[in-house]
Design a binder for this molecule. Sequence first.
Ligand code: FEO
Ligand code: CA
Ligand code: CA
Length: 664
Amino acid sequence: MTCKYRCGSACAHEAPNTSENAYFGDIVESVLSRRGALKASGVLALTVGGAAALTGTATASPAPTAPQARPGRGSVPGTDFAPVAPNTEDAVVTAEGYEQGIVIRWGDPVMPGAPEFDFNNQTAAAQEKQFGYNNDFAELIALDRGGNENLLVVNHEYTTETQMFAGYDESNPTEEQVRIAWAAHGLSVVFVKRQGGGLKPQPSKYNRRITLNTPFELRGPAAGSDYLKTSADQSATLVIGTQNNCAGSLTPWGTILSGEENFNQYFANTDSVTDPATKTRLARYGFTGAASTRLWEKFDKRWDLAQEPNEANRFGWIVEIDPHDPQSTPVKHTGLGRFKHEGAAIQVAKDGRVVAYSGDDERFDYIYKFVSNGKMKKGDSAFARRQNMTLLDDGTLYVAKFTGNSPAGEIDGTGKLPTDGAFDGTGEWIPLASGKKSFVPGFTAEEVYIFTRLAADQVGATKMDRPEDIQPNPVNGRVYCALTNNTNRGSAGNAPSDEANPRIGNKDGHVLEVDDDTTGTKFSWNLLLVCGDPNDPSTYFGGFDKSQVSPISCPDNVAFDRHGNLWISTDGNTLGSNDGLFAVPVDGPQRGWVKQFLSVPHGGETCGPVIRDKVVTVSVQHPGELDGASADNPLSHWPDGGNSQPRPSVVAIWRKDGGEIGQR
Ligand code: FEO
Ligand code: CA
Ligand code: CA
């Protein structure tokens, strides 16, 4: 996928991690010899159902097809549906027997007084009150027992100006277009009611837009740091706005965490920075060049690093929003470190402390966790929520190092990966900083928090294949991590394959399953999926019969249903069909039985799945974002049809007969 506006599958995820961390080659060697697995052409070759090298560049032949529908036979509750066939439709295609409806589209009114969307006459003032662009993470927070009344909270990751404005001149955007873009970022909170199976927005006191103009409180151990001071904020505690909010999660105390991801793309004039340390830090975060793509620096100097070098340090955080209190000031948590946060998700330890997992979505970057010092206060009162919103201010930040195999995961003589649930690998969490204390030589604690990537480079963290969403499974307690892809894995000058990133040229990604000692420093892990066309011998589907699974490529967001099945949405399918949403059991004999539940319109990405008993929602991001697409040449007309412009939208899917999702 080529795209100059987004840091998606193949564009700006290029910030080089040139650190020389060990890639545990020795461990790999010993594992290989212990397993008697193959090593061919420099590829770490695990044998999967035979002697097959794990290369992501294997030619898929024949083309992937839908597995045969097997109505009901052996399906796990929650995944009992006939899978959708891979396709390239300009439509959301769902499993048979399901109905769909749009919940909300870019530009639909959110706030009182918001005008109806008018593509040709959009204004910044209207956009401030309307649903933002490029919806990503979404969550439904039930306000009643039956789930009829909900708060829908949605991230708006980035803007695609060529599709937002007819006749857009990339070399000379107008101030109004730039201000529309600022207002189209951030988050939306929308009160929605179940209606006719779907969800319908309602006027409400809860409705809120958070944009690049909304004040945030900067909190935690790095707040007040000189590295965070700007001419507009000498206290280093107040940031205007949030951007590139990608994935997220609902906390156990009812707030929303949201990750600021590819924040580097908005800043101009990296070239004019002369201080060597600052240049090194900017390079590690992917800042490059002179003018920015969107030229925002023309209208606000904070996007100009030559004038405000520290403004860049005020993005790349996990932010927390209290959707129950529309007057509340959202927070940026410095304690979770600064990197291209995909998102963050919480698991509560037995002793009440909370653990936040977060991936840094860049090729060869790291997986982190934060462990709080404080314990969660129970109850859903506003008081408890306020107390719990301080938990992420004080704790310890760790980075993951995958250290190899445990004896429990020995491959048997058949050369198959373990399918008995035994954990195949081990790992450790390396502490980086705790409060004002740094564990990284040469770094103060505030430097660890603000330049986290460089600190993690020093301690031997494991370079991963673009860690995206990481979420704990509320049923089995294990943590699931989507590694989207990394076509540079194993290429000249880059890290070779390793146990946790086993495929060179990994174009289809994989999913790791981690059994974490929550507040401790040890973990075990397993490969759940090595994605791709099941006909590709380098794929692995949890040990399940590959003739029955749906092809899946580039896992991005993960979610769970109440049965504990894993649901995976994809971004950047390399198999010649549209992205989609997939369900897969993670326990029992059907572990690894991947089934496609829906596909999204061509050029679109499936984001933010929410799986409830009787409704599923997905965010369809950037529909029609294909080579050559623009508002003057729209290549999708979804969702409004005819000759309309494509509009990123949230879609609800429910069973026609009103029954439970994935049950027949
Ligand atoms: Fe915004 Fe990592 O996807
Ligand atoms: Ca994502
Ligand atoms: Ca993505």
